[in-house]
Design a protein around this ligand. Sequence first.
Ligand SMILES: Nc1ncnc2c1ncn2[C@@H]1O[C@H](COP(=O)(O)OP(=O)(O)O)[C@@H](O)[C@H]1O
Ligand SMILES: [Mg+2]
Length: 241
Amino acid sequence: MRSLSIKNLTVSREGKSIINDVSVGVRQGEIHLILGPNGSGKSTLLNAIMNYPRYKIEKGNIILDNKNITLLPTEEKARRGIFLSVQHLPTVGGVTMLSFLHHAYRLIKKNEVSILDFYKMIESKVKEFNLDEKLLKRSVNVGFSGGEKKQGELIQMLALEPSFALLDEIDSGVDIDSLHKVFAGIEKLRKEGTGFIIVTHLGTILEKINPDRVSIMKGGKIVKTGGREVAREVLERGFNN
Ligand SMILES: Nc1ncnc2c1ncn2[C@@H]1O[C@H](COP(=O)(O)OP(=O)(O)O)[C@@H](O)[C@H]1O
Ligand SMILES: [Mg+2]
């Protein structure tokens, strides 16, 4: 069974230690939910897993299917099937979503599909989840509403079918209709075997997903890990009790 394990990860930014000795893991078809208040280090954790520039892994390991991938470059991690949806999505003027997705697909899947065949494939997925087809013709995230941005992320996931997806605040700033669509897509991918690490500061995500494990992050550390009951405790009492 495929798995992604983060073991005792310590990460710094500009010389300042941000997360400390963090361990989390997920297997295919599972959801590991990480809840934590703003500033607890959730985005740092996900960006460091992908080895984004400026995040320095000081200690610890990232293991994908028993292989140590800790220091592989971001593109190589993507090629091995790890997908990251960042919290603050960049805009790319002059490049349509379709051509961006086509480029990403060819690069990551090493599959020289024509843009027309790619469009047919992506169009059927967009229709299946009732997503807005017009997004494909617009420049990447330019002028997108919160909901449209997250729909765009789902379209990307549906195209790439990642083995593991890391989702940063996928539920923040999204209208209800887009939220339903995005989580319907996540559930389908999960059933097909994608493993998810989802981080958020909002407890309401529990109305949408049924996580296999829940961790609470505070001050750059995982302070508790367990089942759904761990999330319920936080919902009832807040992060500080
Ligand atoms: N470039 C940076 N230099 C120093 N500290 C930073 C930098 N970026 C983020 N931090 C700090 O790291 C901590 C964790 O941030 P972040 O990972 O964004 O948390 P979260 O996603 O949980 O809100 C915060 O205290 C933040 O101020
Ligand atoms: Mg964040």
